[in-house]
Design a protein around this ligand. Sequence first.
Ligand code: COA
Length: 343
Amino acid sequence: MERMRTVVRGVGHNLPSQVVTNFDLSKFMDTSDDWIVERTGIRERRFVEPGTTTTDLALPAIQMACSRAGVTPQDCDMIIGATLSPDFFFPGIGTVLQNKLGMAHVPALDVRAQCSGLIYGLATADAYIRAGFAKRILLVCSEVQSPILERTNRGRDMAVLFGDGAGALIVEAQACAGGEAPSAKNNVRGVIDSIMGSDGSGAQLLFLKAPGSVVPGFMTQAAIDAGDIHPKMDGRVVFKNAVTRMVEAASNLLERNGISPSELDLVLPHQANLRINEAVREKLGVSEDRVFNNIQKYGNTTAATIPICMSEATEQGKLKEGQLVMTLAFGAGFTWGCNLIRW
Ligand code: COA
């Protein structure tokens, strides 16, 4: 069998038009623009209008990715969804999108890796493509999180952090000419390497409890009253773990590919907190101009942050074909990881 590589052919994104500023949130809870900006870097985020689902939000992102790749969803032979906020408790968004997009009866699966959704999704797509199981995969990362945020004082630590958004990638199998796979040392385009990790001892340090099988009947009035229908987090522990794990994963990825941080053209980190990204950047020794951040405008859109960054960086001319690019994320689970890509 011919050796295959995974090339990102097109990226798209979509954000709701409704802008919610820090000042807007301060009308519902004791918070301030100063507190939020100083702690997180976030100035505003986008919330969907009531009734917009996660797959609704994803459709324009998919359309943009397809048009940039010069393909249609029907040209894809697999769909991978990544979200923590699916349209339904089950099934996942993969199958819902398969139907909405009028795709053939292709395999559809969801990865549940929360903020690491793009990393896990791309690594999974790469593995399927290299194994010869798929030729062109639609990878969709979409989140509608605003309805589950508790916009009161009790929920203010979480409510100020998150927003809604969607991103999509078309990734395609291309033959490795002469059997040469993408590497940090050549100019062959494609996914070079990925690292994924997890630590379930942190599962309840960043999670949404209900609906879930730990709750009798998956949902009770007591769970609603206790606020278990809203995400909860131990912010300080998550912060420390995020920095440690992202630095560790990125260092391992760079070392095993024989490159130094200065050889990276662009780092696309998950957007959870500007201070986390700044700490990771400093520890890795990457210069400021090589890290792309947009959390200021959108907050944390969980699985969608990195594809939105990819799409915006492309539009701004910062992400270009041939560059050596690293993605990097940490999220609920805990999960973390990074991809190294010759763009
Ligand atoms: N506005 C104003 N005050 C707030 C607040 C808000 N939105 N949320 C919490 N506070 C208060 C707290 O109640 C606390 O008050 P106290 O000192 O009287 O008890 C104080 O601010 C400090 O809270 P603390 O949680 O210690 O702040 P922090 O400096 O750790 O920052 C986070 C909080 C959430 C910004 C930070 O911990 C963080 O970013 N963690 C990681 C988040 C993350 O990455 N999550 C997703 C991972 S994918």
